[in-house]
Design a protein. Structure first.
Length: 146
């Protein structure tokens, strides 16, 4: 394998680990790890939230009060990398499950979301981080849970 091919493979692997690790950090409610996935000044648009990475962490913490737990199951990201420029774009399909607390009638529900994370990333000092994220929710379904 050429040096260029190896560099591309390593960049794709590092980016995939970052994106999958971000989903895991959200589910583990680890704000430090979530924040570390984003550059300072990164922009995030989740539909019902838009702001920078610091505001995203605050929004997630508030949202965690509304769910007993969450589980994001991302698929393999499609990653396009320009190694020489230190720039990349990624699309990650994901199924998210949010276990919601019981309502006043004692009924608990879970919300299922089919979504896509559309990310722009850059590499600085050997580190890949997200500089822009747009989450597109393609479908949502809410079910009663036993």
């Amino acid at each position: 394998m050429s040096d260029a091919g190896l560099s591309l493979l390593l960049a794709e692997r590092e980016i995939a680990r970052l994106l999958l690790g971000c989903a895991r950090a959200i589910d583990q409610r680890d704000v430090r790890r979530v924040r570390s996935c984003f550059r300072d000044g990164a922009r995030v648009d989740q539909g019902d939230f838009a702001g920078d990475a610091d505001a995203l962490v605050e929004w997630l913490e508030r949202g965690w009060l509304d769910a007993d737990r969450s589980w994001h199951q991302p698929g393999a990201p499609r990653i396009d990398v320009d190694v020489a420029a230190g720039q990349a774009e990624a699309e990650t399909l994901c199924i998210a499950v949010h276990a919601l607390p019981r309502d006043a009638a004692g009924i608990s529900r879970q919300r299922l979301d089919g979504l896509r994370w559309l990310d722009r990333l850059d590499q600085r000092d050997g580190d890949w981080r997200i500089v822009e994220r747009r989450a597109v929710v393609d479908w949502t379904q809410t079910l009663e849970r036993g």
